[in-house]
Write a protein of this length. Structure first.
Length: 202
C-alpha cells in the first residue's frame, strides 16, 4: 500500500482525503514483522476486545482504532448497510475492469490504480479494496477481499462509514478463525496489531 500511495496523482490524493482516508497518505510502515503480529494476536481476547500485555492491557475501541490508524469514525456500520440494488451499476462497472470477475487478485487492483491518474468511482473502489486488504482483512487463497464493495454505490459517502468498527469486527472474526501452524497465515489487521503494540511501549 505504501508504494501505491507514493505514486498517486494529486487528483487521486484529493479523492483519498475526501473519502476520509487522508491519514493513510502519511503512512510510513513498509513491512509488518510476523513474530510481533502473532505475539500481540495471542494476547488479544476477542470476548473482551482487550490486548493483555506484560506492561498493561489495552481496550480496543472504535475511538482507539481511529487514534492508531486514522480511519473514518463514521456513524454507519458496514454490517447495517444494505446490499447494493441490482439496478445500481457501480459494482458491475468496477468488476468489468478485470478479465476474471470471479477471481480478482489484489495485484490486479494495484495495477489498475497505478495505471491511471483518474480519481473516478473505479479508483475509489480500487483504493477501498486496497485499504481493506492491507489494513482490515485479506485472503489467504490469492483472491482479493472485496465483498464490502457490494454495499457501496455512487451515492455512498465513504467517510460516513464506521471503518474503525469494521477493523474491530475483522480482528475478532480472524482471531476466532485463526489456527496457528507453520503453514497458516494470519489474514486480519496485522498493521494495527503491530502499531498498537509499539504505541503501548512508547
Amino acid at each position: 500500500m505504501l508504494s501505491i500511495i507514493h505514486g498517486l496523482s494529486n487528483q487521486q490524493k484529493d479523492c483519498v482525503i475526501e473519502m476520509g482516508f487522508g491519514s493513510l497518505l502519511h503512512m510510513k510502515m513498509s513491512d509488518v514483522p510476523g513474530a510481533l503480529i502473532y505475539y500481540v494476536l495471542e494476547r488479544f481476547n476477542p470476548s473482551t476486545s482487550k490486548v493483555v500485555l506484560p506492561i498493561g492491557e489495552i481496550e480496543i475501541t472504535r475511538e482507539y482504532v481511529h487514534q492508531i490508524l486514522g480511519l473514518p469514525l463514521g456513524s454507519i456500520k458496514l454490517s447495517d448497510m444494505e446490499f447494493r440494488d441490482p439496478k445500481d451499476m457501480t459494482y458491475h462497472n468496477w468488476a468489468a475492469q478485470f478479465e476474471n470477475k470471479s477471481l480478482i487478485r489484489l495485484q490486479e487492483i494495484k495495477m489498475k490504480i497505478v495505471s491511471s491518474n483518474l480519481a473516478d468511482m473505479n479508483f475509489k473502489l480500487n483504493f477501498i479494496a486496497l485499504m481493506i486488504n492491507s489494513l482490515c482483512e485479506s485472503s489467504s487463497c490469492g483472491k482479493a477481499n472485496y465483498s464490502c464493495l457490494n454495499y457501496i454505490t455512487g451515492d455512498t459517502v465513504v467517510k460516513d462509514i464506521d471503518w474503525c468498527s469494521f477493523v474491530i469486527d475483522c480482528l475478532i472474526r480472524t482471531k476466532n478463525a485463526y489456527k496457528h501452524s507453520s503453514t497458516s497465515f494470519y489474514v486480519g489487521p496485522s498493521a494495527f496489531l503491530v502499531v498498537n503494540n509499539l504505541k503501548k511501549h512508547t
